[in-house]
Design a protein around this ligand. Structure first.
Ligand code: MN
Length: 149
């Protein structure tokens, strides 16, 4: 993917030469109304910077993996699960998702939720929760009320 050194913003969190992609292949994992844009993907950096956006009521996949995420919220309102805790998030909040920690982002019903996400360029495949994982997560009522699978 050859891209110029300067790629101006062309709209509301859209950029020149940056395609708006599906979050994941449909049917590969549970999610709802999420787009993905890969902003930086330089092998010299060993990391990628992506921008994800959920439409109102949308959510990312509940997953965990060995690689970590560093997230900066950019727009909208919503919440995220990290481990066994649900946090409200707002623009410019920082969210760190450590290795092997269950996580999921969800936009509020009437608001989008957009965030920058830095991730390792080389990374393991996300794991999805099995029945026992879900039962353990649902031990906490706030988590049971939050998660979408
Ligand atoms: Mn993840």
């Amino acid at each position: 993917m050859a891209t110029g050194p300067h790629r101006p913003q062309t709209g509301d969190l859209r950029w020149r030469e940056v395609d708006v992609l599906e979050y994941k292949a449909e049917g590969s994992a549970p999610f709802r109304a999420v787009t993905r844009q890969v902003l930086f993907d330089d092998p010299a950096l060993a990391c990628q910077l992506r921008y994800f956006e959920m439409a109102p009521g949308g959510h990312t996949t509940l997953e965990r993996h060995v690689h970590a995420h560093a997230v900066v919220i950019q727009r909208g309102a919503g919440a995220c699960l990290i481990g066994d805790t649900v946090y409200r998030v707002a623009p410019f909040d920082l969210v760190h998702i450590p290795a092997l920690t269950w996580h999921q982002f969800k936009a509020d019903p009437a608001e989008p939720l957009g965030f920058l996400c830095m991730v390792n360029a080389e990374r393991d495949r996300p794991q999805l929760p099995g029945p026992q994982d879900l039962a353990r997560l649902r031990d906490r009522p706030e988590v049971a009320a939050f998660i979408a699978v």
